[in-house]
Design a protein around this ligand. Sequence first.
Ligand code: FEO
Ligand code: CA
Ligand code: CA
Length: 690
Amino acid sequence: MANMIRDDDGVSNASTNDHLHDLIEREIARNPSRRSMLKSGASLGLLGIFGSALSACGGGDAAPAPGTIGFKAISTSSGDAIVVPEGYTADVMYRWGDPILANAPAFKGDASETWVEQEQQAGDNHDGINFFPYPGTDGNSRGILAMNHEYINPEYIHNAANFNKPEVPDNTKKQLAAHGVSVIEVQRNSAGKWEYVKNSPYNRRITGYTPITISGPAAGNDLLKTSADASGKEVLGTLNNCGAGQTPWGTYITCEENFNGYFGTDAPGWTANTLQNRYGVSAAGFGYGWHKGDPRFDLNVNPNEPNRHGWVVEIDPYAPSSKPKKRTALGRFKHENAECVLSKTNKAVVYTGCDERNEYLYKFVSTGTYDPANKASGTDLLDSGTLYVARFDAGTVTGDNQGTGVWLPLVHGQNGLTAENGFANQAEVLIKARQAADRVGATMMDRPEWVAANRTKAGEVFLACTNNNRRGSTPASSNMVNGSTTAGSARPAMDEANPRAVNNWGHIIRINETGADAAATAFNWDIFVIAGNPALEGAKKGSSNIDASNTFNSPDGIQVDPEGRLWIQTDGSYANTGDFLNQGNNQMLVADIATKKITRFLVGPAGCEVTGVCWTPDGRTMFINIQHPGEVGSHPNAPAAYVAAASNAKDAWVNANPTAFSKWPDGPNGGRPRSATVVIRKNDGGVIGT
Ligand code: FEO
Ligand code: CA
Ligand code: CA
């Protein structure tokens, strides 16, 4: 979700600043076999599952080693365009409003589409994305993309006649139609450019009102029953689909994040109960006003409807008529993404963070195992298992491991998760996962965003902690808005895993599971990077692998590519001043995991967030999403008339001037900015990043 950061000044403790030399020595201490390659300056990653393609690499005679970062870093910018390094091409492929079904109209540009038209077009605010190879092909030139449409931009989605009128049911329904998921077939054409295939049998829109099965231990619980669904086993829609993941059996797992903001009520005297409070459900919501147009979202009419959201949803992109399932065994909270790997014994392990200030990192481990030779063995594997939450402990180990940690089980009857403490059964533990995590003593984190598994090194995952200004004893001077509420109003002290009191820039933590087994119940961890700004002083500078060439704030989307590079996408301030001086628009960088060296790869257009990344299996095509270009937020070049407008008239001003903040991707005649999927290729056909 968009993340607007206002001025925020506070007291920060000095961070532990590593020097690159120390980092390399530390890496060698941890893995002596890397000495020669690290000392020689080569950053050879472990051979990935596609490493055998090395000999076929394009790009000249001397093929780069897997994991090599070979492009020339780009500078920051505050323009209204995508910038990629020399030798790379970025093509816009799939924009909000692009038609995918047989009768879908082309995007009109004036936002006059009806909800019926919108549900046949691409949704808004593209986010998590995964690539599924086309059956029966090599999968590198044809596939199926599944991607999230996280939310809508109220100022852009309607024309003037329907702007700010949620009480008109069709307007609320259009907003619901722009949410959810797209499944689209994509292919590379004869000119080498990727395009989506209109009216492919795989194409599908899942929206905020698509019927979805509620599955797993919480299905049928009384807290999930409503007047429309006495079974508690079927819900309409998936909402605020943020990050995502892909299972080894070829399904898409999409994450419901800030679902709470869609609910509200105008009923006099309504107050939130304990459960609603803990999940930030309030009468005002985020101001969407859907309860005015659809009583499903009225808290006074349907108090349990919010309990049916906040889950991970599994979708089979290869089966267009299959019904999605909300997997309650993975817990209910503000899921960012869901990173799925197999344990040593082939249990499914899903890492998923809860993105709000001072919330937690979770991990699910399945009871059953997956047989890679039998895709069907993955069916409903996510319905039974153990949900854990992470506690990060202080450093006691040497080398690269700053600290240890444990995965605390959220199991009814254990660690105080009992009926007398408000958890009647396992279903309630899962529905009230945040409270369960509070009780077992999990570590409050600086807004857990994406988790990324390094599939070239078993048991290694990374966690992006995007930012947090609610830590430490000194109150922040102003608020940091994450589209969320302040339900977790506690202000924890700094700790080793969250080392700054006012963390406006974020950091990335690396976890290595005990025994290199994703199912382990203990781990070691270290801080991979503390983002910051070299133009500032002290802890604000960040760790020593941050310098003027790679300064950034608010890491959010992260993924490790098939060869073992860590890609970092940002969703932070683009004010380009103050704490964020010289950082420009939101961007994407890539880190060499062995050396921790970080290099800027891409800068997005004005007001956007860069989020969601996936690859073809050969790593030679990268798909990313550009979300909310033209967001007003901290835009450094806001028009004077907008600045002069009254605060309650600003959205209307943007609605009347929809190209004032960004004209991307369609230019001055495009009507309005549009979130879009962008395809990145290396001009010589090589692996992205080399
Ligand atoms: Fe939807 Fe936390 O980003
Ligand atoms: Ca995000
Ligand atoms: Ca974010």
